[in-house]
Design a protein around this ligand. Structure first.
Ligand SMILES: Nc1nc2c([nH]c(=O)n2[C@H]2C[C@H](O)[C@@H](COP(=O)(O)OP(=O)(O)OP(=O)(O)O)O2)c(=O)[nH]1
Length: 129
């Protein structure tokens, strides 16, 4: 069975937060949702909150999981959730840039391929919250 990677589509004021990776070399410069691998004993929700806190120093609240699953290589699968900011401001410690993207800007960044299936649903959520 594939292990789970979770990504947070953090929405505020009709925009979603995108983060630019710095590693590994083949992913550096490409954009993703903040998040990471779910560890043993964690729920997907708690992993998402932990990863966002580690990567951006803020706390998110998970609103709902999006209706897609995208394979990452052979061993992982990506799920993503719409989130709101519950506390703090995102300040990147691992990423080298963040952007709040409006619906018509979602295609302006070079997303990691597994993230692309989630973009239509994110666009809908931004337009019709
Ligand atoms: N966090 C995150 N990872 C993604 C996304 N899309 C995507 O293909 N990935 C891939 C990149 C990595 O191969 C893997 C997650 O690795 P990671 O490095 O972010 O997770 P992690 O912090 O738990 O990992 P680790 O370095 O501690 O092993 O999933 C996404 O939107 N967010």
């Amino acid at each position: 069975m594939r292990a789970l990677v979770v990504g947070a589509a953090v929405v505020r004021d009709g925009r979603v937060l995108a983060c630019r990776r710095t590693s590994p070399p083949e992913a550096a410069g490409r954009w993703e949702l903040p998040g990471g691998k779910v560890e043993d004993g964690e729920t997907p929700e708690s992993a998402l909150v932990r990863e966002v806190r580690e990567e951006l120093g803020c706390t998110v609240a998970v609103e709902r999981w999006l209706d897609a699953e995208a394979p990452i290589g052979e061993g992982y699968v990506l799920r993503a959730a719409l989130c709101t900011l519950a506390a703090g401001e995102p300040v990147p410690v691992e990423h080298d840039a963040v952007r709040w993207l409006a619906p018509d800007e979602l295609d302006d960044v070079d997303w990691l391929a597994p993230d692309r299936p989630f973009l239509p649903q994110i666009r809908v959520a931004l337009v019709e919250p």
